[in-house]
Design a protein around this ligand. Structure first.
Ligand SMILES: Nc1ncnc2c1ncn2[C@@H]1O[C@H](COP(=O)(O)OP(=O)(O)OP(=O)(O)O)[C@@H](O)[C@H]1O
Ligand SMILES: [Zn+2]
Length: 424
């Protein structure tokens, strides 16, 4: 009898219709069956689709607002620069994606970016954070170490080598990376800060940067340094590399203000710029001002997007200390917590740290070393003293080199307590 029912209701794979005898295994579900072969096939289909989805996702470009929002998680203030960068970077990668899809059509030109703002205001940090958000390789170069071809020093191509190295020698990835060139103001025509030991003109360095900024097939010696005729070269197309150049441009506001002032005098009240608004000089900064500063027009011509950053005030610095995902205070708290010690900073301490950084004219760049100094002694002690419960940094620690307040753990039996008990 049982054989009978089995004959009529022979278990078959609901997908391919094969019977139990034709396959290795059949799994029963709620009224349905699936064989091992169909499971394998389904798995392959699902895997492929997931992979395709994730590829599409990685191709999907975050929109300017999304980029800005992610920047906000790391970079405090600098709203204007963040907006400009978000739009510029979005357009840059949209342009690359578009070029990959349609080989011909309107050629969209690359738009490199200049960031102008005081030391430690976040220029490098913005560029670096952008690269992280977009998941593209990133390299930092210092314009003052560059030389024009034929002189001792770093060839401009070595900038590209750093990017290639940071892309793990994946040239194709490197070709879509971001390069930040710092201290671009120091290679102005009149710059006095160029190394005096080297016979290099800022103008010459600007000249030698023109090609890679614009887009060229560059040859890079894989070991860096100078090119040798017999050397094997890495070849990299710089057309899609986004260059962000930055500098403090000390004195640029005077150039702008003077220009505005002249205009006001010259054209009187009908001019849309009044001298009062010259405090907002950033709004009126033009490429002409940068040329006046000493950048050559061909160089500026390859950097159509300019944004300014503001000097950070104490309230910004306090936020930088405490708010971002990887804020310094959070980092040190984490460090201490690994030794089971709670670290706190009083509001007065945070204010004092910010003020000290401002006095040192180093912007946010100065914050770490101030904290490092303040915590030096306790960081030396705490790992060896396992009864420290908490460390509090007060204003006096920053301003008067006082020691932080240390609280000790309540021990079950400290020597005093033991003595107390014995007495009783
Ligand atoms: N706006 C900011 N928000 C958060 N952190 C900041 C900000 N600005 C600077 N920092 C912190 O200070 C450090 C130094 O800043 P950064 O290197 O970006 O300065 P910079 O403007 O490039 O100055 P420089 O021209 O001297 O290189 C950064 O690594 C970052 O930790
Ligand atoms: Zn099947």
């Amino acid at each position: 009898m049982p054989t009978d029912t089995q004959d009529t209701e022979e278990i078959k794979c609901s997908f391919c219709g094969k019977s139990q005898s034709q396959v290795k295994k059949i799994v029963a579900g709620n009224g349905v069956y699936i064989c091992n072969e169909c499971i394998e096939l389904s798995k392959r289909i699902v895997d492929d689709e997931l992979k395709a989805d994730s590829l599409k996702e990685s191709k999907e470009l975050p929109k300017p607002m999304e980029i800005k929002k992610q920047l906000d998680e790391y970079v405090i203030g600098q709203d204007r620069a963040k907006k400009v960068l978000s739009v510029a970077v979005y357009n840059h990668y949209k342009r690359i994606n578009q070029m990959e899809v349609e080989q011909e059509g309107t050629e969209l030109q690359k738009s490199n970016i200049a960031l102008i703002g005081p030391t430690g205001s976040g220029k490098t940090y913005l560029a670096q954070t952008l690269a992280k958000i977009l998941n593209v390789p990133f390299a930092i170069a210092d314009a003052t170490t560059l030389t024009e071809a034929g002189y001792v020093g770093d060839d401009v191509e070595n900038i590209l080598l750093k990017l290639i190295q940071n892309a793990d020698y994946d040239i194709e990835r490197a070709q879509k990376g971001i390069i930040y060139i710092d201290e671009i103001d120091k290679i102005s025509k009149k710059a006095e800060n160029m190394s005096i030991t080297r016979d290099v003109s800022g103008e010459g360095v600007q000249q030698s940067l023109l090609k890679i900024l614009e887009g060229t097939m560059a040859s890079v010696p894989p070991q860096g340094g100078r090119k040798h005729p017999q050397q094997q070269m890495l070849h990299i197309d710089t057309s899609n590399i986004l260059f962000i150049v930055g500098g403090a441009f000390d004195g640029i506001q005077n150039i702008v203000k003077n220009r505005l002032g002249e205009k006001t005098i010259g054209f009187g009240a009908e001019n849309d710029v009044n001298t009062k608004d010259a405090d907002n000089w950033q709004k009126y900064l033009t490429t002409g001002d940068l040329v006046k500063f000493g950048l050559i027009p061909e160089f500026i011509g390859r950097i159509p997007i300019i944004s300014t950053l503001d000097g950070l005030e104490d309230k910004d610095l306090i936020r930088i200390l405490t708010e971002p995902k990887n804020a310094l205070v959070k980092q040190y708290q984490k460090l201490f917590s690994l030794d089971d010690v709670e670290l706190t900073f009083t509001d007065g301490a945070l204010q004092a740290i910010a003020e000290l950084a401002i006095n040192r004219h180093m912007g946010a760049r100065g914050l770490r070393s101030i904290i490092e100094n303040a915590l030096m002694d306790v960081m030396y002690r705490t790992p060896s003293e396992d009864d420290i419960e908490s460390v509090q940094v007060t204003k006096d620690v920053i301003t008067k080199h006082a020691q932080p307040r240390i609280t000790y753990k309540k021990q079950d039996k400290t020597e005093d307590e033991v003595a107390e008990k014995v007495k009783k």
